[in-house]
Every structure is written in C-alpha cells, then in structure tokens.
Design a protein. Structure first.
Length: 198
C-alpha cells in the first residue's frame, strides 16, 4: 500500500476516534467537555490534513491506484457524515441540512459506482468544489464553537455564533444539493449509462 492510501486509511481511523471523542462529552465526569473538545479538534485536524496530503502526493508522484480511487471518496463521505452526525446530535446542525447532505452523499456514491462500472469518471464541477470548501469551513467553525463552549462561559456570543453556524450549514446543504443536480445532469447528458442493461 502506497503513502497516499495509507493516509486515507489514517483518515478512516480518525472517523471512529472522532465519534468516540464526541461521545466522551456525554459522560458525567468533571472535565468531560474539555477532553471531548480537544480530542475532536485533534482528530479533525489529522483527518483534514491527511485528506489534503493524500491527493497532492498521489498526483505529484503518479501514485494514483484503483484502490485509492474507491477508498478516497468513501473516506470523504464517511468522515463528513460522521462529523455532521455529531454536530446534529450536539444541537448545532439543523436536521434538515443533515438529511439533504446525507441523501446527496449516498446518491453520489451510487452514481460513482455506476460510472465506474461503465468505465467513466465522474465529471468535476464548481458546485462540487464549493460544497467541499463549505463542508470544511462549516466543520472548522463547528469545532471551534465546541472547543470555545468547553472553555468559555455561556453568553450572548452563543446566539450570534449559533446563527453563523445555521447560515453555514444552510449554505453547505444548498451547495450539496446543487452539486448533485449538476452531476446528475452531466451524467445523463453524457449518455455514459445508456448502454447498461436494466
């Protein structure tokens, strides 16, 4: 297994660790929220850094593999949905936004499998890139909120920050939905799936 794929595996490992870190905040012992917030921040940072590096290394040194093509998007979907489940359970992500994003992610995975079976690659688009950036920005702001809440007393800042998070999650859901519609339109227009038996 090459270095990019090992980094992807590291990202996959960070996903359950992140969830465990969030679950620590549910335990009733002193300092649980602080421990949880710090661990979540570390796990998220490692996951995002490995995501950034695996693609760059794979492309720069021509280390793109069939395993990597499948494992990388799977790791992205698993990590994003896990982060968002925790944010939703923590009351900082709207349920409707999570449902839209979840539907989009599973639908894209299904479409990607169909395209791979047809020997085609999923076309990139601006909404897909916007969605990725918004996911990252929203997750970072959410983690910062969780860390701040563990160390700073509640106050007026909670409401202001909560409104900001609501806007970010809404934008993420909208970009997610638009990217799916754009992907679906491109796939249908390409006729890549027209030869599949039904």
């Amino acid at each position: 297994m090459n270095i990019p794929n090992r980094l992807t595996v590291l990202r996959l490992i960070m996903v359950p660790v992140f969830f465990i870190s969030y679950s620590i905040s549910l335990l009733e012992f002193g300092g649980a929220h602080v421990v949880s917030a710090v661990m979540m921040f570390i796990c998220y940072a490692i996951a995002e850094l490995s995501d950034l590096l695996d693609g760059k290394i794979a492309r720069k040194y021509n280390l793109v593999t069939d395993l990597g093509k499948v494992m990388d998007p799977f790791a992205d979907t698993l990590s994003h949905l896990t982060f968002f489940v925790c944010f939703m359970a923590g009351g900082i992500m709207p349920v409707w936004a999570f449902i839209i994003i979840m539907w989009r992610e599973f639908s894209i995975l299904f479409m990607r499998m169909l395209m791979m079976r047809a020997g085609k690659a999923m076309p990139a688009n601006i909404w897909g890139k916007s969605k990725t950036v918004l996911y990252a920005v929203t997750s970072i702001f959410s983690i910062v909120y969780i860390v701040a809440a563990a160390f700073v007393q509640p106050g007026s800042w909670n409401g202001t920050y909560g409104t900001l998070l609501y806007i970010l999650f809404s934008l993420s859901a909208i970009a997610s939905l638009l990217s799916f519609v754009t992907y679906l339109s491109s796939v249908l227009k390409s006729g890549a799936l027209s030869g599949m038996t039904r």
